[in-house]
Design a protein around this ligand. Structure first.
Ligand code: ADP
Length: 249
């Protein structure tokens, strides 16, 4: 059979806010090269869990093991340096720069080239070409010169995904990639993730269950801070406890 490797594991991960437990004893394993969706009703603890993974919040108990190393006590910048990139937060786009410049800056960041430094034209040309190639991949070739702020919402999200990919994440955290989108944009972003991002390791919080069923290899359902169910979509969606949690939300 296919060999699987666990790239991220949380052990007993817990977060208390003044007596209220938002994330409770979560044991999660994510296999390398898979898309793992985190779902659950509002208030289930998904955002808090993401914030724990990126070290935006300190856990009250438990540990996080990334690629065999305990990272529980590492700083957010160190986590990003190790390739854990959260989309729509760390990789926010610069609104007044063109799509191409946004991607180029992400490529420069990856290479450790500060963007306000003078660079030989030749290097800039190469990076610009790479940026345009990446934009082509995500269907934004015609938006290369368009300032991010002037792009339609769905396209902007595609750009955010492109800037995240430019950083070559080893673990990509996607925060509701289709949030606030109409059906057409949902389809486009789902297709984009399936085409361009698949094969990388992704943990995705996503409310749209069509998107989840299309993309996710494995699903963890959180409810009241705890894991309620875990498995492939077909299995999890038939679980009566999961249905009840959603109905009661
Ligand atoms: P989800 O993302 O699944 O909707 P959250 O992680 O945002 O859930 O929230 C989980 C619970 O933790 C909610 O009841 C929320 O009110 C609570 N919570 C989140 N952040 C804080 C905080 N900083 N202080 C107190 N309670 C919080």
């Amino acid at each position: 059979g296919q060999e699987s490797r666990c790239i991220l594991e949380t052990r007993g991960l817990t977060k208390d806010f003044k007596g209220f437990t938002a994330v409770k004893d979560v044991n999660l394993k994510v296999q390398a090269g898979t898309i793992h969706a985190l779902i659950g009703p509002n208030g289930a603890g998904k955002t808090t869990f993401f914030n724990l993974l990126t070290k935006f919040l300190k856990p009250s108990a438990g540990s996080i093991v990334y690629d065999g190393t305990d990272i529980t006590r590492r700083k957010p910048a160190a986590i990003a340096q190790q390739g854990v990139i959260r989309s729509f937060q760390i990789s926010a786009v610069f609104p007044h720069l063109s799509a191409r410049d946004n991607v180029r800056i992400a490529l420069q960041r990856k290479l450790g080239i500060s963007y306000h430094f003078w660079r030989p034209i030749r290097v800039l040309d190469q990076l610009n070409q790479q940026a345009v190639a990446l934009l082509e991949q995500v269907g934004l070739r015609n938006f290369a010169e368009t300032p991010a702020v002037e792009m339609p919402y769905g396209r902007k999200r595609a750009l955010e995904i492109a800037t995240t990919i430019a950083l070559e994440p080893r673990l990509m955290l996607l925060d509701e990639p289709t949030q606030g989108m109409g059906a057409e944009d949902v389809g486009a972003v789902t297709d984009l993730i399936g085409r361009v991002v698949k094969g990388r390791t992704i943990i995705m919080v996503e409310h749209n269950l069509n998107v989840v069923s299309t993309l996710a290899d494995r699903i963890t359902v959180l409810n009241r801070g705890e894991i309620l169910a875990e498995g492939p979509y077909d299995e999890v969606s038939r679980n009566p406890e999961v249905m009840e949690a959603y109905m009661g939300a």
